[in-house]
Design a protein around this ligand. Structure first.
Ligand code: GUN
Ligand code: ZN
Length: 332
């Protein structure tokens, strides 16, 4: 058993936060040799039970549960800080060309290792991650995350139009690949799969509809995409899907709004969109460092709260500028 004495942030079974200024955390290996928490609480209340055992004392430090990053792109680790006049030029100039390199599995594996080191270094133990459109980029990330026993949810990007050679996929094959990856990775140890249409403008209606059909067949998998981030993006989405009530409505029409569906940004929603988020159980991934870096705008927390829609914080690396949840919280 390992005993640690320091300040302790923990959560009760009902989800409420508890803080012990002087706390004790005890861990012990389970039958597979994995360290698990066996006791946590005020030092005063628990110390007597462990009298005589060695204690690691960290005065002035805080032990906390791992952070969750609700939206991050592992292939954009080396895109951080690339300056552009907003989202669409940023995608075209830096992001798409860079993501084309992930066709090479060895390159993808190297970045996956660095990326997971960065998550760990910043205290992030759970992430919902985009890979690229190359199925091998998912394999590289999942294999490395599995070896580290990480809680990681990820998916192959779907983008079968308005995308350059090197990242554009093919409608039918992209859906076949998605379903094969679900079978290969979803529910393996601590891993999960997310159906990952990049955003409505780079998917044909057929690809979005196919993604929705896969989602219906696999209610336990996640869905992740982007919505209402940038005014030029929104204008483009409206032109491409004139029949939809709104940009968010495009996803709703395809069966891509539900619980376990996470939409990055959600900056320029209206109240009908927010009500749709609440009704369907979809959640927003608020990405403040990305919204600042790309000049996209600000998430409206008050309107989201009034509507009762769910949201969480995300780095959105590499539109976002830091892996650190502390920097994300500060920007928020
Ligand atoms: N919209 C479509 N693709 C992307 C992406 O890679 N990053 C961000 N921030 N927005 C997007
Ligand atoms: Zn993103």
């Amino acid at each position: 058993m390992h005993l640690y004495r320091s300040a302790l942030l923990r959560f009760a079974d009902d989800g409420s936060a508890l803080y012990d200024e002087d706390g004790l955390l005890a861990t012990a290996p389970d039958e597979r040799g994995v360290q698990r928490v066996v006791a946590a609480g005020p030092w005063q209340a628990l110390a007597a039970r462990h009298a005589g055992q060695p204690v690691t004392h960290w005065p002035g430090r805080l032990i906390a549960p791992g952070f969750v990053d609700l939206h991050i792109h592992y292939p954009q680790t080396d895109v951080i800080g690339s300056p552009a006049d907003g989202l669409l030029p940023w995608l075209e100039t830096y992001t798409f060309p860079h993501e084309s390199r992930f066709a090479d599995p060895a390159y993808a594996a190297g970045v996956a290792r660095f990326f997971l080191d960065e998550l760990a270094r910043n205290g992030v133990t759970t992430a919902l991650a985009f890979a690229t459109s190359h199925p091998g980029s998912v394999d590289a990330l999942m294999a490395e995350a599995r070896a580290r026993r990480l809680r990681l949810i990820g998916g192959k990007v779907l983008q079968d139009r308005h995308s350059p050679d090197g990242v554009r996929d093919q409608t039918e094959q992209s859906l076949i690949d998605t379903e094969a990856l679900i079978h290969r990775w979803h529910g393996v140890d601590r891993l999960g799969y997310a159906i990952t249409p990049r955003f409505a403008p780079t998917s044909t209606p057929a690809q979005l509809a196919g993604a929705g059909e896969i989602a219906a067949r696999h209610p336990g998998v996640w869905i992740q995409s982007h919505v209402a981030e940038n005014v030029d993006e929104i204008r483009w989405a409206r032109e491409l899907f004139p029949a939809a009530r709104s940009y968010l409505g495009v996803y709703g029409d395809c069966g891509l709004l539900r619980e376990r569906a996470i939409y990055a940004h959600c900056i320029h929603l209206d109240d009908a969109d927010r009500a749709l988020m609440r009704e369907t159980g979809a959640a927003a991934a608020v990405s403040p460092t990305s919204n600042l870096f790309l000049g996209s705008g600000f998430f409206d927390y008050a309107a989201a709260d009034r509507a009762g829609m769910a949201y969480g914080l995300a780095s959105d690396v590499g539109g976002g500028t830091s892996f650190s949840p502390f920097r994300t919280m500060l920007a928020a």
